[in-house]
Design a protein around this ligand. Structure first.
Ligand code: FES
Length: 124
């Protein structure tokens, strides 16, 4: 593992991610609820550039109330992206696919250092 500087943490805001390339690694960096997440830029469906031109969006959740009515509401977490090739959705915090539990995208540890610059740990 080796640690790499990315950018000032202020450059990554909620809903506005960036894609980085370091050596053989390509990944998107996202901010969700005050924390930073890095997701491999490779879709397990057909190898699309998962984090390129991908919109980060709110999740629409639903719950069934006691009276059997369905209530939908919008999450404000902005933790999902949709692959630009076929639209399959992934959680940027975990790499989990919303429609296929056997598809998971690699995630990397990313966090701000003492000077509030983002650092990422990548395999050598
Ligand atoms: S390649 Fe990503 S959804 Fe198909």
């Amino acid at each position: 593992m080796s640690t790499h500087y990315l950018c000032p943490a202020a450059d990554i805001t909620v809903g506005n991610h960036r894609v980085f390339r370091i050596g053989r690694h390509s990944f998107g960096v996202f901010k969700v609820e005050g924390s930073y997440y890095a997701l491999r830029n490779y879709c397990p469906h057909q190898g699309g550039p998962l984090c390129e031109d991908a919109g980060v969006f709110d999740r629409i959740d639903a719950e069934v109330a006691d009276n059997h009515k369905v209530r939908e509401f919008i999450s404000v977490e902005k933790n999902l992206i949709a692959c630009p090739w076929h639209g399959i959705e992934f959680d940027v915090r975990t790499g989990e696919c919303l429609v296929r539990s056997d598809w998971k995208v690699k995630t990397y540890k990313v966090q701000p250092d003492s000077e509030n610059n983002l650092q990422i740990e990548l395999p050598d």
